[in-house]
Design a protein around this ligand. Structure first.
Ligand SMILES: [Zn+2]
Ligand SMILES: [Zn+2]
Length: 363
């Protein structure tokens, strides 16, 4: 099968012919239909996060089940599925107390493979690493069934793919992590593939004011089209002071969809006493953020959000229904469709910051 392989940090992905094993036990072989290109993939290409190389990136994906292992009961050949990196075991403390996105087994889960088993992705004698137990920049994926949710096949594959990461992360940050109240005042920093979905989540929750911040004018326009009630150009001076002034003392909830030291600190500085800042974007490894400690006496809170604290087998089918009702926009998030061969184009376009999402489509 064809796949895009990262062999060296800061170099283009190479399109190669890779072999993939068949499914055993709880594994599922999925024919990839569409894969979104997410900033997290770029973080690994740029070395902000590290992974064993070579690796096939990609983790926002839809596809069709081609073959299932002997123990798979949940899925059968021909089912339409969305993949999510929040694989869950269903047995650990975090899973059982309702936080499967923090499953304790998630970081160590290696499909059903034993150490002496053949690796599932390989090129002749060279084994190729799987990314986040998915690796969707490839024509086929061999994944554990608990990385998949069965979905409605009437929706387009590109739309379905975006549910696997960007939409679930953005909506979940509002609906599950922060659980905002109707009437709240909200700021969203960064209006890309995740930020636009934070905005949509705030709209679904009945937020009164949704203030979108970005450096790029077209993104601010997209923000207004996805539920923002006002925008602020991040190139302006003193954004925090401006927010505090127009909201009479700060917002109830802020969301940092960028994940940088400066934006995380701004997110904390612009909330009112008792307000909550939620960090949704991925802050690069090793970066420390500094907060004004006085804020804690005002009961200001700051928290992380792991993939929107999702319960993706429950959330994604609901989001599909919201989409069908016309209350969740997905079509407008698909900025361009590309073939796997053009994947490096998707990353250079991401760096210019003009697009919501590029989606790789497979025949
Ligand atoms: Zn992602
Ligand atoms: Zn678990």
């Amino acid at each position: 099968m064809k796949a895009a392989v990262l062999r060296k940090v800061n170099e283009p992905l190479s399109i190669e012919n890779i072999s993939i094993d068949g499914p055993k036990d709880n594994e599922v072989l999925v024919e990839t239909k569409a894969s979104g290109v997410c900033r997290t993939d770029l973080h690994y290409i740029e070395g902000n996060y590290t992974h064993q190389l070579p690796v096939i990136l990609g983790h926002e994906v839809s596809g069709v089940v081609k073959q299932v292992g002997d123990n798979v009961k949940y899925l059968k050949k021909g089912d339409t599925v969305v993949g999510c990196l929040s694989i869950f075991c269903g047995r650990c403390e975090r899973c059982l107390e309702g936080n499967p996105a923090l499953c304790l087994r998630n970081p160590i889960w290696n499909l059903s493979r034993k150490p002496d088993d053949k690796t599932n992705l390989y090129k002749k004698n060279e084994s190729i690493n799987q990314f986040l137990r998915l690796s969707s920049f490839a024509e086929l994926m061999l994944v554990h069934e608990n990385s998949l949710v069965k979905v409605d096949s009437e929706i387009g594959y590109e739309q379905l793919a975006l549910l696997g990461c960007g939409i679930t992360t953005g909506l979940g940050a509002v609906l599950r992590t922060a659980r905002i109240n109707a009437g709240s005042t909200v700021v969203v920093i960064g209006c890309g593939g995740v930020g636009l979905n934070v905005i949509q989540g705030a709209r679904l929750s009945g937020a009164l004011r949704i203030i979108a911040i970005d450096t790029v004018q077209t993104k601010l326009e997209m923000a207004m089209n996805h539920g923002a009630t006002e925008t602020i150009d991040a190139n302006a001076q003193n954004i925090v002071g401006n927010i505090i002034e127009i909201t009479n003392g700060g917002v109830d909830y802020s969301f940092d969809a960028i994940g940088a030291k400066s934006t995380a600190e701004q997110a904390f500085d612009m909330i009112r006493p008792g307000g909550t800042a939620t960090i949704v974007g991925l802050i690069p490894e090793g970066v420390k953020i500094e907060l004004d400690g006085v804020g804690f006496i005002d009961e200001k809170k700051i928290q992380g959000s792991c993939m929107g604290s999702n319960q993706f087998r429950v959330d994604i089918p609901r989001y599909i229904d919201l989409y069908k009702q016309g209350r969740l926009q997905i079509d407008s998030l698909v900025s361009q469709k590309l073939k796997l061969e053009s994947i490096n184009q998707a990353f250079s376009d991401m760096k210019t910051g003009q697009l919501a999402r590029s989606v790789i489509v497979f025949d």
